[in-house]
Design a protein around this ligand. Structure first.
Ligand SMILES: [Zn+2]
Ligand SMILES: [Zn+2]
Length: 760
């Protein structure tokens, strides 16, 4: 029986994040296991701190004798929260993402905070408005100055009774800090109420598990599945290398069918499967399909679950009651006991990258999870990311292609409208005569239209026609966007970075002239123009402003599928894998917006979005049409997308990246340093650079480059100035090593540091 345990702290500064030896007290011997959460005395004063058991030992790992070691105090739970392979993953992630083991562990277990459990007796914290009448007045007068605060106040106005805090935050996709702010202002109050007994959410269970709808496979699907199944069956024979595959197939070529059949084989062999989708709210069809295929024996993990739902799903997985997990990014950490397959659908999506520390990429984490195991990693995409596709060229992954769409479905015909050539006044907003006529014909045939426009709000910038200045946010160095106000008129400005909102000023804040005028078109205004142009037709709008409520994605998409509208207008969120059989026309109102952005990913992102958008037209037996409107019609990536020419785009863009030494030919690291004072932020960034340069020189990292500090593209967000350091190296581990040094530096009070790597 083990006498010693090696543990790591759940919360630790990077410099304390080590493995510590403890004595196992006799009552815990034989009970304690790796992955269990324990309380240990730590530091001066021996205060009790939560920690995880990394491994059990017969001898202490260091030189300390038995008499010098402290003893574990107690177990927190009587079962392991982390599995063996998750403990290893914590180690790998700590090294790769300059984080601590405890922070990595936090991603793998549901938030079991005292808050969620309540003060005992099944009581749960609820929130309600202090005074409904006062709340209405505050909103009317524009006294609530942040979008997030408005969202909460309006949610509570709609609700009759007090609302569970966690449900509210999940529904509004917000954090606790907004609640705290509103409570301090005295506008809302919180109270502990007894929880209602919760009902199990209904789950559609299809008849005859493991079957679902049996579709016949195309030749391409059969071949790909053949290769994958054979690889899976040989999984134990080959050496410990990553068994990675990239399934490239145009939209509608039936990649999902391949995932499902392979997953079925894996589950039959007694192993588990994780299927990642970019965002579950946007792809309800995919998750429904998987659930029905596996007869409902599926766990779902995504960010819009309440903490209690999330914990219940986690428990289903941990206890081995389900073998298949479907979810967004974080589902890659699911505690499946014996993973045989991880599938990442639409692998090029940016949602697989976390935008909070640790800034991991689910694809890299999946590689770590299948590494050294008898397991397969399958990435799928119509337009693979350059990184993943290049791994195939380098022999790290195998490319499998499915060419044709099933059942004789054809690719849509694409037409480009050059907006520069249109006579002034020929367009209504952004509806060119060609597009307008095509829409009329489609409506007359009783079919549906999808319109993409990648800018939300009423219009772009509120610009002064006298001095030319735009109205800037008080807290950020960005122009504010005009939005519809509470009375359905565009009279409200909003900052898309910090959420600050106020009425449009009468006079230009810069020169004092009454000359402010909107410029450009956002989805709100396009919806309004649509209603004037096609008064008989019904339109639904889907963008960040119409989808803040829980389940609102699904309800908009459902209404459109049930033909409750003739047109669906939306930002890039409607480009994802939705299948609407009656959509025969797709219009991209201003393709130039898709290629905007100052980073080197802009072309790649634009190409992917445009290809996806075009792929939404015409499925099954009806041919589809795509009309793409743009000013920069000569744009290389735009034309490759119009021609659906992935290979051409891939070769071209790869040459460009190679010439400039960008990823995937190097790894780029960005360190963002922020402080309320610009001078402080700048100074701290220089100090960090000095230290990193010194360390890099000492370690002899010759291929590494550390550029001088520069202000971030958006220099000020939410009253904090931001400076950046850019690092490049052909070796990812060099960047990771310097990140760990940066994360461990002691910085002046009020300084925050963000670390991001590309590819992550
Ligand atoms: Zn002015
Ligand atoms: Zn702002």
């Amino acid at each position: 029986m083990a006498l010693y345990a090696q543990v790591f702290l759940r919360q630790a500064r990077p410099s304390f994040d080590r493995l510590y030896d403890y004595l196992v007290p006799p009552p815990l011997a034989g009970v304690i296991r790796p992955g269990m959460q324990v309380l240990v005395p730590f530091g001066r004063g021996d205060g009790l701190r939560p920690a995880f058991v990394r491994r059990l030992l017969d001898e202490p790992s260091g030189t300390a004798g038995r008499g010098q070691l402290k003893s574990i105090d107690s177990l927190v739970e009587n079962f392991p929260l982390l599995r063996e392979d998750q403990l290893e993953l914590c180690e790998h992630m700590a090294i790769r993402y300059a984080t601590t083991r405890g922070e990595a562990a936090r991603l793998m277990i549901p938030a079991l905070t005292e808050e969620a459990a309540g003060p005992g007796g099944g009581r749960v914290r609820h929130v309600s408005l202090t005074d409904r009448e006062a709340a209405i007045a505050l909103l009317e007068n524009g006294d609530v100055t942040h979008v997030n605060q408005i969202r909460i106040m309006e949610f509570l106005l709609d609700a009759e009774a007090p609302v569970d805090v966690h449900d509210l935050l999940t529904a509004c996709q917000l954090t606790e800090s907004t609640i705290t702010t509103l409570r301090k202002k005295g506008w809302i109050e919180t109270s502990w109420l007894t929880e209602e007994p919760e009902e199990e959410p209904g789950r559609a269970v299809a008849a005859g598990g493991g079957g679902g709808t049996v579709l016949s496979l195309t030749e391409g699907q059969r071949e790909a599945l053949g290769v994958l199944t054979a690889a899976y069956e040989r999984r134990r024979e080959e050496g410990p290398r990553v068994r990675e595959y990239l399934l490239q197939g145009v939209t509608g070529s039936g990649k999902t069918e391949v995932y499902l059949r392979l997953a079925e084989t894996v589950v039959r062999a007694g192993q588990g499967v994780i299927i990642l989708v970019p965002e579950i709210g946007l792809t309800p069809q995919m998750s429904e399909r998987i659930e029905s295929f596996f007869g409902g024996q599926v766990a779902i993990q995504h960010s819009r679950l309440t903490p209690r739902e999330r914990q219940r799903q986690w428990e289903l997985i941990r206890s081995g009651q389900v073998q298949v997990v479907v979810g967004a990014r974080s589902a890659v950490f699911s505690p499946l006991e014996n993973i045989g397959l991880i599938v990442i659908d639409e692998e090029q999506e940016s949602t697989y990258r976390s935008d909070r520390n640790p800034r991991y990429d689910a694809r890299s984490v999946a590689r770590l999870r299948v590494r050294d195991r008898a397991a397969l990693l399958l990435l799928g995409s119509a337009t693979p990311s350059l990184e993943s596709r290049r791994r195939c060229d380098r022999g790290l992954s195998q490319l499998l292609r499915i060419g044709e769409r099933p059942a004789g479905a054809r690719l849509p015909s694409v037409r480009v409208v050059d907006l520069r050539r249109l006579a002034p006044g020929a367009t209504d907003g952004l509806f060119s005569p060609v597009l307008r006529q095509a829409m009329e014909e489609v409506f007359d045939r009783g079919e549906q239209v999808m319109l993409f426009h990648n800018r939300r709000g009423w219009s772009g910038l509120e610009i002064c026609s006298s001095c030319g200045a735009a109205v800037e946010c008080q807290a950020c160095s960005v122009a504010m966007t005009l939005h519809l106000g509470r009375h359905g008129r565009p009279d409200r400005l909003e900052c898309h970075y910090c959420g600050l909102t106020h009425a449009v000023p009468q006079l230009c804040p810069n020169c004092g002239e009454p000359a402010l005028a909107p410029r450009g078109f956002g989805t709100e205004q396009i919806e309004s123009i649509f209603r004037e142009t096609f008064p008989e037709r019904r339109i639904l709008r889907m963008d960040q402003d119409t989808t803040t409520g829980r389940g609102s994605h699904a309800s908009i998409l459902g209404a459109f599928r049930r033909r409750e509208a003739d047109c669906l207008l939306g930002t890039q969120m409607i480009a994802k894998g939705h299948d609407f059989p009656d959509v025969t026309l797709v219009g991209v109102l201003l393709a130039d917006l898709l290629f905007q952005g100052n980073d080197f990913h802009a072309s790649e992102r634009g190409f992917q979005l445009l290809t996806q958008a075009a792929g939404r037209a015409g499925r099954a037996d009806r041919p589809g049409h795509v009309i793409i409107q743009a000013f920069a019609v000569d744009h290389e990536a735009l034309n490759r997308a119009v021609a659906q020419d992935y290979e051409g785009f891939y070769r071209q863009e790869l040459r460009f990246r190679e010439q400039l030494g960008y990823p995937p030919y190097s790894t780029m690291g960005t360190i963002t340093v922020s402080h309320s004072s610009d001078a402080f932020a700048e100074r701290a960034t220089w100090a960090i650079r000095e230290e990193l340069v010194r360390q890099a020189r000492r370690a002899g990292l010759v291929a590494l480059r550390i550029l001088p500090p520069a202000p971030a593209m958006i220099r000020r967000i939410n009253n904090r100035s931001r400076w950046q350091l850019h690092l490049t190296s052909p070796l990812t581990r060099d960047i990771a090593w310097l990140f760990r040094i940066a994360a461990g530096l002691r910085l002046e009070r009020g300084t925050a540091i963000g670390l991001s790597m590309d590819p992550a």
